[in-house]
Ligand binder design. Structure first.
Ligand SMILES: [Zn+2]
Ligand SMILES: [Zn+2]
Length: 265
């Protein structure tokens, strides 16, 4: 199994050491994991500091990849929080160290945080969705230094800020444009399984979106637990691999030096 999204104490929202995460993955029988700590420039919620000590992070990745190389492959990754007004910084950071794999994630839109609910203030549910996916599209039109887009339907996690559900067909056209852009650029998506940690059932992207991606000939897909502590590494991956194969995916993607490879499901 291949878990392509997890955090360590280099991220503000995790206290697990990199060694702890790697050793737990070895115990669980993983062949390969990607460590993908956060960098979120100009994150609107000032209560949390999503900056990254790039040099020490890179050294730790190199050191641990070497240390554990006979037991597991440690992919040198990054979760880049992208926002329209900081894409130049994101591009510079993506190219400063030799990463294997970069997840591009939109955690904030229009300079407002989704997690605190600031983004949803004074917006109808309909407008929240349309504007969110349009924002993701606009970012990905400019930003190309990534491997996969992170948790594309993240907005679904924030139902508590939305007064009524928004039907998928309201925004599926924009999602289709996003997928076409991703596929055309030779990039991919991740299937993010952190819903189980949040006790919700919503995989990100949703099953409907995964089907659309497949229909559009999207091939590149990674699976990530988004674990911030060892117990969630690879959580429910058996179920997820089955689900992907039922949708028609034959391979999952792995990355080395920003180049994609495929493993049979
Ligand atoms: Zn994220
Ligand atoms: Zn993450």
């Amino acid at each position: 199994m291949y878990d392509y999204h997890m955090h360590t104490s280099f991220s503000a929202d995790s206290t697990a050491s990199m060694e702890e995460m790697i050793e737990s993955a070895i115990k669980k029988g993983f062949k390969e994991i990607a460590i993908t700590d956060h960098i979120d420039y100009d994150y609107p919620d000032l209560q949390i500091d999503f900056s990254l000590d790039f040099e020490n992070y890179h050294n730790a990745l190199e050191k641990n990849a070497q240390k554990y190389k006979n037991q597991i492959r440690v992919v040198k990754g990054l979760e880049m929080g992208i926002q329209k007004h900081i894409l130049n910084e994101c591009m510079a950071a993506a190219n400063e160290y030799p990463y294997d794999f970069i997840i591009a994630s939109v955690h904030a839109a229009e300079k407002k945080d989704l997690d605190t609910g600031a983004y949803f203030e004074n917006k109808s549910p309909y407008q929240s969705y349309i504007d969110y996916y349009t924002y993701v599209y606009d970012c990905l039109k400019e930003f190309k230094d990534y491997s996969v887009t992170g948790h594309l339907s993240l907005i679904d996690r924030y139902k508590k800020y939305i007064s009524e559900p928004v039907a998928y067909n309201v925004y599926s056209d924009i999602v289709e444009e996003i997928f076409k852009l991703i596929i055309n650029d030779g990039k991919g998506i991740e299937l993010n399984a952190s819903c189980y940690r949040y006790n919700t059932e919503e995989l990100m992207p949703s099953i409907e979106m995964l089907k659309l991606y497949k229909e559009l000939s999207g091939e590149i897909i990674t699976v990530g637990s988004d674990a911030h502590s060892p117990e969630y590494i690879g959580y429910k991956f058996d179920y997820i691999y089955d689900l992907l194969s039922n949708i028609g995916f034959k391979y999952i993607a792995t990355f080395n030096n920003m180049k994609v490879d495929f493993v049979k499901l």
